[in-house]
Design a protein around this ligand. Structure first.
Ligand code: HEC
Ligand code: HEC
Length: 141
């Protein structure tokens, strides 16, 4: 009879220890959330809707490349009528997303995608692109 409190205490400790990873997961909360991708401050929309870009940005990039290199299509007209210069470095990175490290690599690393082989030939703007940083700073004032 006198052992009961001790047994309950032991059981409680056991259950607490066994389920510890679950509690840690709940406390950390971030375990299943991907890297937060900052949208450029001065743009509301990518060249195509967000859901499409998430799924098919690689196909769009290849279509851009083939169009420009093989058919001399230097401009891309988005669904909303905006015309963009076809350029991985000049448009995607320099105008909006900044360096590949901060944008492309972060997500690929998180998703376990091996880094696409683009940067042996194409360049990425430096890690702190003046344009994007300046716009962000402007927004703070
Ligand atoms: C072996 C070198 C090489 C590699 C690797 C490479 N490209 Fe290119 N890419 C080029 C060249 C050269 C052009 C033609 C540039 C032009 O016409 O202005 C080009 C053009 C492009 C264009 C259209 C023009 C531009 O400046 O953006 C896109 C988009 C593009 N490549 C995307 C990619 C992507 C995405 C990858 C990685 C999966 C990649 N490329 C890998 C050499 C390369
Ligand atoms: C929001 C996350 C995310 C961002 C940001 C992102 N990617 Fe991706 N990318 C992925 C995922 C996930 C895959 C793998 C898709 C698959 O295998 O079906 C992928 C695949 C690719 C591929 C095909 C790789 C292969 O080996 O087949 C290319 C090329 C690519 N991304 C280029 C880029 C470039 C260039 C950027 C930056 C301008 C970029 N991605 C930004 C998530 C992202």
């Amino acid at each position: 009879m006198g052992d009961r409190p001790l047994i309950y205490a032991g059981l409680f400790l056991f259950v607490a220890l066994v389920t510890l990873p679950v509690w840690q997961g709940i406390a950390a909360q971030s375990s299943t959330v991907g890297p937060e991708l900052k949208a450029p401050a001065h743009k509301k929309q990518c060249v195509a809707p967000r859901a499409y870009m998430r799924e098919a940005h690689m196909e769009l990039l290849m279509a851009w490349r083939d169009g420009k290199v093989r058919k001399h299509e230097r401009h891309y007209t988005a669904a909303d009528g905006t015309v963009y210069n076809v350029s991985l470095t000049g448009t995607c990175l320099t105008q909006c997303h900044g360096s590949k490290e901060k944008f492309c690599d972060r997500c690929h690393e998180y998703a376990g995608v091996s880094a696409p082989n683009c940067w042996g030939c194409h360049t990425s703007p430096p890690a702190e692109p003046g344009g994007v940083a300046a716009v962000a700073a402007g927004g703070m004032r």
